[in-house]
Design a binder for this molecule. Structure first.
Ligand code: MN
Length: 428
């Protein structure tokens, strides 16, 4: 049987939702070849509490609403009403669906992992019997989904979710009671509901310190140093605000960036980045930015940190984890918000390379560090070298080594970040 495209499979999913109102994901992710098939269970406090059971197949999540939730007891057959296919990106969604919208209520990530079908799942779905192994954090062992005889009066496809009798089965343990909180954020439904309800406000950004030497050893992430306006982007369901590093609301000055941020599939989220414009050499350049602002030309924003996501404060998480989530959030965005890529290559070599390209410098960050607000040990402006105390971020100025470069301005955005990951294309 020919594989149907996820676009077609998701038609019903999209038709039911107004993506200007809900923060549920609207994009599909392409299935990653060779990776295990994912599964997710979402506890969904809608008009009626239920558990959405979803199995990845054909590039989408095949879905069932399990009214009473899964049971480890093989004699407990749980009604599972088949629902529309969901995009793979839904598998990481936790947050709020507005009351006025389809499925309005709170969604909690309850379990996740991968599943192993027995036989061909496409066949099983058609015939009405799927048998599979679950490898989740809470659910394991062998399970089956069996379609019940269709009641002609009903539009619904009713299935039963049944635990097979194996080591993972249990008559005594109520797995839903044992685990009442999110598998991802450890929050209760109430905590998710409360947290997702507000827009995060301004907070003091983490600042860099100029230092003399690149740090040795491993565990460092190196990013470009951008020459623009530091900004915090606060996103909620209704609006977006852009704050300067000192807390001024500059949303009105960057309406296009605010609109771009509003398009992201998220709410109650706080991003940290640098608003930039590119000069003819493809470098971020402050005077170009000022000109772009007065003439109304397009500006971009390199986003390098994620402080709050869906109401969850991430500042205590290690930087590498915050950036992984940030990259995922910006993955499908094709507008002016650019993910600030990093490299784990030797920072000294990166500096030399970028030096030749005439860039302003690099910022070296400890991959394991939390986000800490505050000024640097010494505030140094301009291209002056200084030594930091225990500065978390380090900037290296390139000073006199600046040299004229020539390359197409059209390639500027790609060039700007590709320097970090590949050989630098900038020529002296
Ligand atoms: Mn649901």
């Amino acid at each position: 049987m020919a594989t149907r495209s996820p676009q077609k499979l998701l038609r019903e999913y999209r038709a039911k939702r107004d993506f200007s109102k809900t923060t549920e994901p609207q994009h599909r992710q392409s299935a990653k070849n060779g990776e295990a098939l994912s599964f997710v269970v979402q506890k969904h406090d809608a008009s009626r509490l239920h558990y959405d059971f979803r199995l990845e197949w054909e590039g989408v999540l095949k879905s069932w609403a399990v009214t009473k939730g899964p049971s480890l007891d093989p004699s407990e057959k749980r009604l599972a009403v088949r629902t529309e296919d969901h995009p793979l990106s839904y598998g990481t969604f936790e947050g709020i669906i507005p009351e006025s919208e389809y499925g309005g209520g709170t969604v909690m990530l309850w379990d996740r992992g991968h599943w192993e079908p027995e036989g061909e799942p496409g066949e099983g779905l058609k015939k009405g019997k799927l048998t599979f192994l679950l490898h989740g954090e809470r659910l394991g062992g062998k399970w089956s989904l069996v379609r019940m005889k269709r009641d002609d009066k009903s539009e619904r496809e009713n299935w039963l979710l049944i635990k097979a009798d194996d080591d993972a089965a249990s008559k005594a343990e109520d797995v839903l009671k044992v685990h009442e909180r999110s598998v991802e954020t450890k929050r209760s439904l109430k905590e998710i509901a409360e947290a997702s309800d507000a827009m995060p406000g301004w907070r003091e950004p983490q600042l860099a310190t100029l230092v003399e030497r690149v740090p040795g050893g491993s565990g460092w992430l190196t990013e470009m140093k951008y020459d623009g306006y530091r900004a915090l982007l606060a996103i909620d369901r209704e609006s977006t605000r852009i704050f300067t590093r000192n807390g001024k609301d500059w949303t009105d000055r960057f309406p296009d960036l605010a609109a771009a941020a509003a398009e992201l599939d998220t709410s109650n989220t706080l991003l940290d980045g640098e608003i930039v414009a590119f000069n003819a050499e493809g470098h971020t350049d402050f005077s170009t930015l000022q000109r772009a602002l007065s003439s109304g030309e397009q500006v971009s924003c390199f986003v390098f940190d994620l402080l709050v996501k869906e109401g969850l404060d991430l500042t205590d998480k290690p930087l590498r984890e915050r950036k992984k989530r940030l990259e995922r959030l910006l993955k499908d965005h094709e507008g002016t918000l650019l993910y600030s890529a990093h490299t784990t290559d030797d920072a000294g070599e990166v500096l030399t390379k970028l030096c030749k390209g005439g860039h302003e410098g690099i910022i070296v960050k400890n991959a394991e560090d939390p986000y800490r607000p505050g000024p640097p040990q010494e505030l140094v402006e301009g291209e002056v070298f200084a030594t930091s105390g225990t500065g978390h971020r380090r900037i290296f100025s390139l000073g006199q080594e600046r040299a004229p470069v020539r390359f197409s301005a059209a390639r500027r955005i790609r060039e700007q970040t590709s320097c970090l990951s590949g050989p630098c294309r900038h020529r002296i």
